[in-house]
Design a protein around this ligand. Structure first.
Ligand code: GAL
Length: 803
């Protein structure tokens, strides 16, 4: 039988390497105690030198082998080490691996002796130009270290190595599930009994079959099929039903058992769009980098999963793992939540020599072998992101992908027009939208092909409009609108499967990219996973019956606007209409702008004016009507403070309807409309669905910083969950109505009591009125009290760490 246990705590680490370190088992002070996932170098949030983590380091850990273990084959399974490593057992090399994003196993059997063994891993985290993604420039960082988990596995002489699960006709009433198993035996040759079982999420048996097999000594592939499977539920975005598949092999006294998760679903990109289980759906999503402030790539399960949850909560139905295979935990969450995935190989624009290309082919293999049983993955990305066409190379990556998985289509992300289509789907980065009318190129313009093909936009926005959470309101608003325009185009174009915009979260990057501080502010969330306004462009497209949302794209303060004024402003919402009150007085009801946004489910609502419904300017009824019409027109054009001669003539005509001069009327009108010179205002926005008020938001100028709030993503942690556990705690400066005080910059300090520690600096500023920090468990259980102390306010949150 196989045994597998997490091997992530009690490692020792030194941030350098000298010949002989791999055999060092002394208590030298050079070694620090660490747990995995581990980053080789904690980095500042920004403005750092990225060369700081590019060095060779060494990890070591003691492996206690008893007589029982000595009878077995022993392996270390590494889930990800950046970017190359050599593993030693008692000073002797046991194997090596190149490539930072794919798993590998190192066999220790021959090198282990009974008693204490020193395992050492020499990790090269330099930008090795012979290994993808390096060789050219790369717009992301590849933080070093053993940054994913490690497992210690023992095996008997009968091993189940890799299982490929296929259901060719998942939509048939009676389904067939085929398991192709790679089996290896060291000495055994003879009759074996193989069992294939399908169980539902409650462990109930849905089907079982057994098969006699004549096993040969060595490696072989055996195929088994479970037929006539009825009444199974399909996996879908709304209902991601998962099954467990068990494969058991009994051969003489030997027995081995493997478990895989599986979901029954069909997924097809066609020239008419994307179909999941024959149902047409528009793919709306974002690209994701697996990176966090300070710790780079090294985050455990809960934090990896949280990114998937956030994307799902935002209403995205797809994510691209730009630009490499990502953590198993992230993908597990995508399987469980119903978030579709395009997974791709490591790389960025550069194609190296043949040896480099061989690495990429291996990456294709490793990625597909690791993840091909996952229902969430609907497309393999088998080109180096945005590289040039390369007929031979990409013919081969496609061939390998299809050979390993003939149930999924391939894509390969290009930005080139008329690029050679060797994949099944034309996956295209289309950055045409730069604020004007044009959103995407028409299909023929992009593909250069006369016939329609399946097409998916894999990036848009991003560097076309970098936006910080703390940018000027106008920019943050336009950022949100650009994401909305892209979505609108996806819904409008019948040939387009969807668009995955750039990107989910801001990320650290090299000097040749970003805002000069080593950050690309391209996310709809910042690096701390705090939302920018653009995140709400996605969220409000969901049904209000799921969650009514209302997010004004304004701080509602006239000094933040060029020329002053608070109107017009835009509200993102999934409500039918918004009723606005100013200083308790009804202004009006405002409705979605279906003219500009004619295809998305929930267009934004523009609040054109803030003139009280009952306000009288002292004009005749006709005059009042004329004036309101005039003001609404000028406010919509954002020209109330910049009247032309014609405007003045119109105003004079209106003023004649009362006893006023045009200038006096104008002064009154500007103030009533909420302009410069009017008293502070408090706005109440009520969102209505089916005639009922379902959400309320209070904004306006009457506000001050009144609360510092710290909210953990979850309050219950595990002391140990294969490795340490970690959680984000978001910090916000809020006004008395619960709105973020966007320009509060105060410094806060975090103090922790209990079995948890900080994963970053204890003191940091709020940027854009918010920040976040992560804490991790120490292996002990108990209550954790986290204080966040500002200069003005402070707050406390309580968490529990359980066994
Ligand atoms: C693309 C590239 C991404 C990112 C993005 C920024 O060209 O594929 O990795 O750099 O630009 O918008």
């Amino acid at each position: 039988m196989q045994t597998k246990r997490a091997w992530n705590d009690n490692w020792q680490y030194r941030p350098d390497y000298h010949v002989g370190d791999e055999a060092d088992n002394t208590n030298s002070k050079q070694w620090q105690s660490v747990s995995l996932p581990h980053t080789n170098q904690m980095m500042p949030y920004n403005c750092f030198d990225e060369a700081e983590y590019q060095f060779i380091s060494c990890y070591r850990k003691c492996l206690q082998a008893d007589a029982e273990m000595k009878k077995k084959r022993v392996y270390l399974d590494f889930e990800g080490v950046m970017i190359a490593c050599e593993v030693f057992c008692n000073g002797v090399s046991a194997g090596s691996h190149e490539g930072g994003y794919t798993p590998f196993s190192i066999e220790l059997t021959e090198l282990l002796h009974e008693g204490e063994n020193t395992i050492a891993v020499k990790v090269d985290s330099t930008e090795r130009t012979d290994i993808p993604p390096f060789g050219g420039v790369v717009d992301y960082l590849t933080h070093g270290g053993i940054y994913r988990e490690v497992f210690l596995r023992t095996e008997d002489s009968l091993r189940l190595e890799n299982v490929r699960l296929v259901c060719k006709e998942p939509l048939a009433r009676e389904k067939t599930l085929t398991a192709e198993c790679r089996i290896e035996t060291d000495v055994f040759a003879g009759e074996a009994m193989l069992y294939l079982r399908l169980k539902d999420r409650d462990g109930r048996l849905c089907g079982e079959c057994k098969q006699h097999e004549q096993l040969l000594q060595g490696r072989q592939t055996v195929s088994m099929s479970l037929q006539g499977l009825e009444q199974l539920q399909l996996w879908s975005v709304e209902s991601p039903v998962l099954y467990t598949v068990e494969i058991e092999i009994c051969a003489g006294s030997l027995r081995t058992l493997g478990r895989e998760r599986f979901g029954f679903r069909s997924a097809r990109f066609t020239p008419q769009g994307f179909y999941l289980n024959n149902k047409h759906i528009k793919l709306i999503g974002l690209n994701r980098h697996q990176e966090w402030p300070y710790v780079g790539y090294a985050m455990p399960k809960r934090v990896q999963r949280r990114d998937a949850e956030m994307l799902k909560e935002m209403g995205c139905n797809m994510v691209r793992t730009s630009h490499y295979p990502q953590s198993r935990h992230f993908l597990d969450a995508c399987d469980e939540l119903g978030l579709l995935v395009m997974e791709e190989i490591p790389g960025w624009q550069h194609i190296g020599d043949l040896a480099w290309q061989a690495h990429t082919l291996q990456d294709v293999r490793d990625m597909i072998e690791r993840d091909r049983n996952r229902p969430c993955i609907v497309l393999w990305g088998v080109r180096v992101n945005e590289s040039q066409d390369h007929h031979d190379f990409y013919t081969e990556t496609n061939w390998v992908a299809h050979e390993l998985d003939d149930t999924r289509q391939t894509g390969g992300v290009r930005y080139l027009k008329n690029s050679e289509l060797l994949e099944d789907v034309y996956t295209y980065n289309d950055f045409s939208h730069s604020g004007g009318k044009k959103i995407f190129q028409e299909q023929r313009e992009a593909t250069g092909l006369e016939h329609p093909v399946p097409i998916l936009v894999t990036e848009s926005n991003g560097h076309m409009f970098p936006t910080k959470r703390f940018d000027h309101e106008e920019r943050r608003r336009e950022h949100a609108l650009r994401h909305l325009r892209v979505m609108n185009e996806v819904y409008r174009r019948s040939d387009l499967s969807g668009a995955l915009s750039w990107c989910a979260f801001d990320y650290n990057t090299h000097s040749s990219f970003g805002s000069g501080d080593k950050i690309c502010y391209h996310g709809v969330y910042d690096m701390f996973r705090n939302p920018k306004l653009a995140a709400f462009s996605y969220a409000v497209q969901q049904s209000p019956h799921k969650k009514p949302l209302l997010e004004p794209l304004t701080v509602s303060s006239r000094g933040e606007r060029d020329g002053g004024g608070t109107v017009p402003f835009t509200v993102l919402t999934n409500c039918d209409f918004v009723r606005v009150y100013k200083n308790e007085q009804l202004i009006d009801d405002f409705y979605p702008d279906r003219e500009l946004f004619d295809h998305i489910p929930h267009p934004p609502i523009v609040i054109h004016h803030l003139i009280e419904k009952k306000h009288s300017f002292g004009l005749s009824d006709d005059g009042e009507r004329m004036l309101r019409h005039f003001l609404t027109k000028k406010l919509a054009q954002e020209k109330l403070l910049d009247l032309s001669n014609e405007d003045w003539k119109e105003l004079e005509q209106i003023a004649r309807q009362g006893e006023l001069t045009a200038h006096a009327l104008y002064g009154k009108a500007v103030r009533a409309a909420g302009g410069w010179g009017d008293a502070e205002n408090a706005l109440r926005l009520e969102g209505y669905v089916d005639g009922k008020c379902v959400c309320v938001r209070e904004i306006g100028e009457r506000k001050h910083y009144s609360e510092l709030r710290a909210v953990p993503d979850s309050t219950l942690l595990k002391a140990f969950d294969d490795s340490y556990d970690a959680v984000r705690i978001a910090v916000h400066a809020l006004d008395e109505k619960g709105n973020c005080c966007l320009f509060t910059q105060e410094c806060v300090r975090v103090a922790i009591e209990g079995p948890a520690e900080l994963m970053g600096p204890e003191m940091f500023p709020l940027a854009g009125g918010a920040s976040a920090f992560w804490i991790k468990t120490t292996g002990q259980t108990g209550a954790v009290r986290v204080q966040v102390l500002g200069t003005v306010h402070k707050t406390v949150c309580e968490l529990t760490v359980e066994a």
